[in-house]
Design a protein around this ligand. Structure first.
Ligand SMILES: Cc1ncc(COP(=O)(O)O)c(C=O)c1O
Length: 508
């Protein structure tokens, strides 16, 4: 990228994300700073910023004077090649001494993952070439459903592929590591993983579940599991007192999903674990499950907060390419892992080796994709909240926005935010429907977490099976639109949303 292009890029980005630069921008900035001989000194960063400001002043057409004024007030942080954190005002004035105020960066590399080694584990864990005998770098797709035995009942590791398979093991080992667990069990869908967990229960048990969960989880609990003599309560997890009051002596499973689907509420995992431990001190504790699908292990590790099991619909971020339906459960609890392995064999929700291969391949780039999902969704959330079409948006729900009621908890519990956001569009179902039909880059479709941007209307799509009165209580109205922001160029996504708003409201 030559300097002129870089200026254009930063200008566009600063416009998109409300006149502050993202970490990615500044890292790119630093990279160029590092690579180019004419920008070998840190002082050039300051020169760059002055230059950008000069360009801003003469390109007022793309930035409002108000925004420009704000942009010169903002403090931004850049990292020089020695990874020292340097704060400078975006008007080019350094904060502190004329050389910039240097602080030690707590991270060793500006773009390192939040959990130490994440990207390296994603690339290698479970794929040791030497475990195969012929040392392939990429684990083979082992399609055999059965394995030769040296004597009846004697076999090295696998006997039948419903119970286990070498490609599945490679995937499971990788995910166990990424979730900070010791074991993982893969299934043929996210819901199959839920089903496997529920198979740990018995008639007479009680499930305490947060009120806003994936519609399919709600449907499975209330329309299927309830028929087997298991009671289910669905309670607002934000109201911890109310949540606690619904715990029963026979509560065997506490089910959290966080952020929730589609309202993006944040369940306090640590506080819930502590509450359960207090209530069941000295007794057998319920299993605490966290559905981590909306965050992925890159941004949130529920096992670190004491959850017994963490579940992901692999269909979403972990695979990330919208071509595999799979689920996975990870744990540190060896006894629970043993019981779940038995259920994998006895119940039978085995994923195909082909899918395990693809999902492992997807997991390799999870950290890279999640960074882009995060910066794109934040850019869009800010634009919806304060941008040129914000008059058509009644509410934006994104845990990364300071306006989110649990923003502080989200920042404590999560290392970042995925591509998921919801917003309430002005009008009702007709406006929401026309808006969704008018999108050109976003596809109107169910699901989430893929490289591509998707948009949907939860009340008639993903959450149609939730009874209307429950939907109303949670806030899933006919004007609630859910976006799964992909990894495309953010300016194209914003332009797409803008033109769809125009289609809907130019008719008014
Ligand atoms: C949060 C969440 N959990 C679980 C599932 C179920 O996953 P799958 O579709 O892979 O069965 C979904 C599906 O959308 C989901 O959104």
């Amino acid at each position: 990228m030559d300097p002129v292009d870089l200026n254009k890029y930063l200008l566009t980005r600063s416009y998109l994300i409300g006149n502050s630069f993202t970490y990615a921008d500044l890292t790119l900035f630093n990279l160029i700073h590092e690579k180019r001989s004419q920008y070998t000194k840190f002082t050039h960063v300051v020169r760059w910023l002055n230059h950008i400001k000069a360009i801003r002043n003469c390109t007022n057409d793309s930035l409002s004077s108000d925004a420009l004024e704000r942009s010169t007030q903002e403090e931004i942080t850049v990292y020089n090649p020695l990874c020292k954190k340097v704060r400078i005002m975006s008007n080019g004035v350094t904060n502190g001494t004329s050389n910039g105020h240097h602080e030690e960066d707590t991270r060793s590399f500006p773009h390192s993952s939040h959990f130490p080694g994440f990207g390296t584990h994603a690339a290698h864990h479970g794929s040791d070439p030497d475990k195969w005998g012929f040392s392939p770098i990429v684990p083979p797709i082992s399609l055999s459903t059965t394995f030769k035995q040296s004597a009846p009942g004697v076999y090295p590791k696998y006997d039948y592929s419903r119970a286990g398979n070498p490609t599945r093991t490679a995937f499971e080992e990788c995910i166990a590591r990424l979730e900070g667990g010791t074991q993982a069990m893969a299934t043929c869908s996210g819901l199959a993983a839920t089903c496997l967990i529920v198979n740990l229960l018995k008639a007479g048990d009680h499930i305490l579940c947060c009120d806003d969960v994936y519609g399919g989880t709600n449907r499975y609990f209330n329309k299927v599991v309830a028929r087997f003599g298991i009671d289910i309560d669905m309670v607002d997890p934000i109201n911890l007192e109310l949540f606690e009051s619904k715990v029963r002596p026979n509560t065997a499973l506490v089910w959290l999903e966080t952020p929730t689907n589609p309202m993006l509420k944040i369940c306090d995992i640590k506080a819930t674990v502590e509450m359960v431990e207090r209530k069941f001190a000295g007794k057998e504790k319920p299993i605490i499950v966290v559905d981590n699908t909306f965050s992925s292990p890159y941004f949130q590790r529920p096992l670190d907060f004491g959850a017994s099991l963490v579940l992901n619909s692999v269909t979403k971020y972990i695979n990330g390419h919208t071509d595999v339906c799979m689920g996975v459960i990870a744990t540190k609890d060896e006894d629970l892992a043993k019981r779940l392995r038995f259920l994998q064999l006895a119940v039978g929700p085995a994923p195909s080796p082909m899918d395990c291969y693809l999902a492992l391949r997807g997991a390799r780039t999870l950290h890279l994709r999640m960074r882009q999902h995060e910066s794109n969704s934040l850019a869009i959330a800010k634009w919806l909240e304060t941008g040129e079409k914000s008059q058509y948006v009644l509410k934006v729900i994104h845990p990364g926005l300071p306006s989110h009621p649990q923003h502080e908890l989200a920042k404590r519990q999560m290392k970042g935010f995925s591509g998921m956001l919801s917003f309430v569009i002005q009008g009702g179902k007709d406006e929401a429907t026309l808006f969704l039909q008018s999108l050109k880059v976003f596809a109107l479709a169910e699901s989430l977490g893929g490289y591509e941007s998707l948009a949907e209307l939860p009340s008639v799509m993903t959450h149609a099976s939730v009874p209307p009165e429950q939907r109303a209580a949670i806030g899933i109205s006919d004007s609630l639109v859910r976006l799964s922001v992909g990894i495309e160029e953010p300016e194209d996504l914003i332009a797409d949303l803008a033109q769809a708003f125009d289609v809907v409201y130019s008719k008014k």
